[in-house]
Design a protein around this ligand. Structure first.
Ligand SMILES: Cc1cc2nc3c(=O)[nH]c(=O)nc-3n(C[C@H](O)[C@H](O)[C@H](O)COP(=O)(O)O)c2cc1C
Length: 189
């Protein structure tokens, strides 16, 4: 497992719990984590999870202001193990697809694509418009991994967190981050 830092962005879509679960699992490994929470996400985290921003104050976690670009993660010269955006709003996804680096999340995502590093996006929206689908295709072709917030049920989830982990486990797998989060399908044979 690469011990390079991971970048985690939480944007303003419903499903803040996906971002929190990824944060929790990464933070407990003790590896360095660069965290960006968009202003809309701050509000949604409070509304959906009843936690404040102090929750994200942990050793090894560096929180960045989304409106500032004087951050190491804004530069391709700063090595990382990859970047996760969970949940990823369609606004955020659209800006990245268009190459509009108008905030730190967009710039860091742009850097991960241009450097050919892992970029995992967890979009949450329904139904999807043609624009959403085209933006996802554009990002997939540019090298991103699209992991929609579509939980799996084959493990007979008993709780919300069980469901959430069916998505977040795939995120870690796809970035090659060795965190065992959630059950795996074992088949019937
Ligand atoms: C309560 C709430 C829930 C939202 N849920 C979603 C959502 O599930 N998916 C989405 O694409 N946008 C959602 N939005 C809209 C985004 O927050 C909005 O497009 C915003 O500009 C995204 O900005 P950000 O990506 O910088 O956080 C929601 C907004 C609010 C206030």
């Amino acid at each position: 497992m690469s011990e390079l830092p991971v970048v985690l962005a939480i944007s303003g879509a419903s499903g803040a719990i996906y971002g929190k679960e990824i944060f929790d699992r990464l933070a407990e490994t003790g590896r360095k984590l660069h965290l960006v929470i968009t202003p809309t996400a701050e509000q949604i985290i409070k509304d959906e999870l009843d936690i404040g921003m102090e929750y994200f104050r942990r050793e090894g976690v560096v929180r960045h202001d989304n409106s500032r670009f004087d951050s190491p993660i804004a530069s391709g010269s700063y090595p990382t193990a990859g970047m996760i955006i969970a949940p990823c709003s369609m606004g955020c996804l659209g800006r990245i697809a268009a190459g509009v680096s108008s905030d730190l999340v967009g710039r860091a995502a742009d850097v991960h694509l241009k450097e050919g590093r892992g970029l995992a996006l967890v979009p949450r929206e329904t139904p999807l418009s043609a624009i959403h689908i085209e933006n996802m295709l554009r990002l997939k072709r540019a090298g991103a991994v699209i992991l929609p917030a579509m939980p799996a049920f084959y493990g007979k989830p008993q709780s919300v967190i069980d469901l959430v982990q069916t998505v977040t486990g795939r995120v870690f797998d796809n970035l090659g981050i060795n965190i065992n989060s959630g059950p795996r399908y074992k088949g019937n044979v």
